[in-house]
Write a protein that binds this ligand. Structure first.
Ligand SMILES: C[S@@+](CC[C@H](N)C(=O)[O-])C[C@H]1O[C@@H](n2cnc3c(N)ncnc32)[C@H](O)[C@@H]1O
Ligand SMILES: [Zn+2]
Length: 275
């Protein structure tokens, strides 16, 4: 069953061959890799919005080496616990990128005997090409987090991992009692990398926000450190951070000269429940 709804009239979509169609006749092609394009053209502010091909490739290369496995394991554990009452939970990953966490959560739930249905949405087609290949069991669509092509109250669990926060839209698609996991970097995430990049690094601001329609249940911290011995991995990590756009040339050159980088890693999984 198709989880997505029509981005033009919100009616349910059905699959007919390589097309998703609503009862009003709006139709959307599925790409060769299996993802759908559900971003209306008037909402597309550039020709290829979201992360570009190089950013996606750098992130995939880095994630596939397993440096962020402790975060994925924490997400899997949370997903298992939070959807424990449902044998066929619906999970939405907003800003899913190339689906590395989406796939982990799907396999954890399926491995525990559940029958999960999982939808990944991202505004970058380069990311979704990889996501759809990585997890053929998932349903993926190019769309905006601020206008998810999903019906009201459809999801048991919504994940946002370092992606744009659209709290009102997340509240709309979650069913009452459903959970929202918002993953953000901790104050000292990548501290030693920032010490190389900047003469005076700052800690990441950490602030817990309240959102209408949600009760805040607390945060699960994930802290560890990684040692990168390959300059290609150091640069791949750098390119998947926001520092890649704003670091002065001298800082990037210092990083490029390193053969090894050991750095703190920190994430907080903020947990909210739809009221
Ligand atoms: C830092 S990446 C995180 C990707 C993935 N969650 C991960 O952790 O590997 C942020 C993602 O948000 C996507 N993105 C940016 N703006 C978006 C929007 N308005 N709606 C949906 N996705 C968006 C980007 O294309 C990118 O894949
Ligand atoms: Zn329609």
């Amino acid at each position: 069953m198709v989880l997505f709804c029509c981005p033009l009239c919100s009616a349910p979509l059905c699959r007919e061959g390589n097309v998703l169609r609503c009862p009003a006749g709006h139709s959307f092609d599925l790409a060769r890799e299996g993802y759908a394009h559900l971003l209306p053209p008037n909402r597309k502010h550039s020709k290829a919005p979201g992360d570009d091909r190089e950013m996606v490739a750098a992130r995939s290369a880095f994630l596939d080496k397993g440096y962020y496995l402790p975060l994925r394991a924490a997400l899997e554990e949370q997903a298992l616990g939070l959807t424990g009452a449902d044998s066929a939970p619906v999970v939405v990953d907003s800003g899913c990128g190339e689906g590395w966490y989406t796939a982990g959560v799907f396999h954890a739930l399926a491995g525990a005997g559940r029958e999960p249905r999982i939808a990944g949405v991202d505004i970058s087609k380069f990311a979704l090409r990889r996501a759809a290949r990585r997890l053929p069991q998932g349903q993926f669509a190019v769309a905006s987090a601020y206008r998810l092509p999903l019906p009201d109250g459809c999801a048991h669990l919504l994940l946002d991992i370092f992606s744009p926060l659209a709290a009102a839209e997340f509240a709309r698609v979650l069913r009452p009692g459903g959970h929202f996991l918002y993953v953000v970097p901790s104050a000292r995430h990548l501290w030693q990398m920032k010490q190389v990049l900047y003469p005076q690094p700052y800690e990441n601001p950490v602030k817990v926000e309240q959102y209408p329609g949600f009760a805040y249940l607390g945060a699960v911290p994930v802290r560890y450190s990684i040692a990168l011995d390959d300059p290609a991995d150091i640069l791949a990590l750098f390119r998947m951070t926001p520092y890649a756009w704003k670091t002065p040339r001298e800082g990037v050159e210092r990083l490029e000269q390193l053969d090894r980088l050991e750095t703190e890693i920190g994430f907080d999984l903020h947990l909210y429940q739809r009221t």
